[in-house]
Design a binder for this molecule. Structure first.
Ligand code: DP6
Length: 369
């Protein structure tokens, strides 16, 4: 399949006004996407757990306008007009325009809020961009359905096409956002290890998964709520001409092959080894970029060491992963939640800014509201 698949033919001329709303979750990668080519094509495959509680809720109002020479939109975060998001959304609109032929015909009002605090250091781009992509798909669907009833257009808005294109559009906003449309395990990036995988959109992990992973917990420790010194986009670009890039990209394919066996067998020791290695490899890539940078903070390392100490002492299958920042995602099976939460509350919260952490768990994707 190519990008062409998502360019609608014989697009309807009708432009109804209306309002749609979606809530879309964040996700946490087990095998990390780090390095991309032109048009948001990943250099390596990644796989993530979709989260359940960390979500963005977006309402999109659309009103047909007279002229169609520019993009026209306002953004509100928590009810307040927000100018900071506009450049990113403008870039997103430019990237998706050829796939959404109606986009310049409308004035959009985008009202968005997150279930997690905006200044928590948790990236809202995955949940935010996926929610917006889904809203735009609902607009496309409304326009096309009007035609379908007139029997003019044959394209069926089946669920598969809808989610695939939503993921495809979300990817053009932020790569990892394409893994937030569905759950509970989503693969993005073409690899022979996973049948049906694509560089263009996320796909549901299609192989057997042991019950232990079905209700996996993710407690997010907010070690640093500040603005990141180096954005993900800059970090991805530093993988061009990176001395270890080719080996790292190959390693992601190999790790996915290994993870397949682990997900089937439920081997938690192997899971912990693989996931923690992926997290540290991601940060090793940052440290060995030129210019080099470090996103972990002293408390990130203190948390990691405390987790290792607790695991050694108790034998409980607690592990961590990191995103592109200082916060730590603590991963563990639900059956071990009681003693691990106790440990988090007694020993790890002291390393969090204002003792702040968020309890989340594996989820099943976005919902229309
Ligand atoms: C470390 O998806 O934020 O979280 O495509 O430039 O928006 P852009 O990058 P982004 O990168 C996420 C990187 C990561 C790993 C991952 O989620 O796979």
């Amino acid at each position: 399949m190519t990008e062409q698949h998502f360019i609608p033919e014989n697009f309807s001329e009708t432009r109804p006004n209306g309002q749609v709303a979606w809530e879309s979750p964040s996700n946490i990668a087990l095998i990390k996407y780090w390095g991309k080519r032109k048009n948001q094509i990943p250099e390596n495959p990644s796989i993530s757990f979709t989260l359940s509680h960390c979500k963005t809720i977006t309402t999109l109002s659309f009103k047909a306008k007279e002229t169609n020479d520019t993009f026209s939109f306002d953004v509100f975060l928590d009810g307040n007009k927000n100018e900071d998001f506009k450049p990113k959304i403008q870039t997103f609109f430019e990237r998706v325009e050829q796939y959404l032929p109606f986009i310049k015909d409308y004035h959009f009002t985008i009202e968005t809020k997150n279930t997690f605090p905006h200044s928590s250091g948790i990236a809202s781009s995955a949940s935010g961009m996926s929610a917006l992509a889904l809203c735009l798909m609902s607009v496309e669907k409304q326009i096309m359905e009007k035609e379908v009833t007139l029997n003019v257009v044959e394209r069926s808005y089946n669920e598969k096409y809808f989610s695939q294109k939503a993921s495809f559009l979300a990817r053009l906003g932020s790569g990892s956002a394409c893994r937030s449309i569905e759950g509970d395990l989503i693969v993005w990036g073409e690899t022979k290890v996973v049948e049906g995988s694509s560089n263009l959109f996320g796909t549901k992990y299609p192989y057997p998964v042991h019950d232990i992973f079905k209700e996996y917990q993710d407690t997010i420790l907010l070690v640093d709520k500040g603005e990141k010194q180096v954005s993900s986009s800059v970090g991805h670009n530093l993988m061009h001409n990176h001395p270890y890039a080719q080996n790292r990209f190959q390693q992601a394919h190999d790790n996915l092959e290994k993870l397949k066996l682990i997900l089937k067998s439920g081997d938690l020791d192997a899971f912990i080894g693989l996931v923690e290695s992926e997290a540290l490899t991601l940060h090793a890539m940052m440290m060995t970029s030129m210019p080099y940078f470090i996103l972990m903070k002293p408390n990130t390392l203190k948390v990691i060491n405390a987790i290792w100490g607790f695991r050694e002492k108790t034998g409980l299958p607690i592990s961590f992963t990191l995103d592109a920042g200082a916060n730590v995602h603590v991963l563990y099976p639900k059956r071990d939640a009681a003693p691990i939460l106790e440990f988090i509350k007694n020993e790890l919260v002291t390393y969090c800014q204002n003792q702040h952490f968020i309890s989340d768990q594996i989820g099943f994707g976005a919902n229309q509201i």
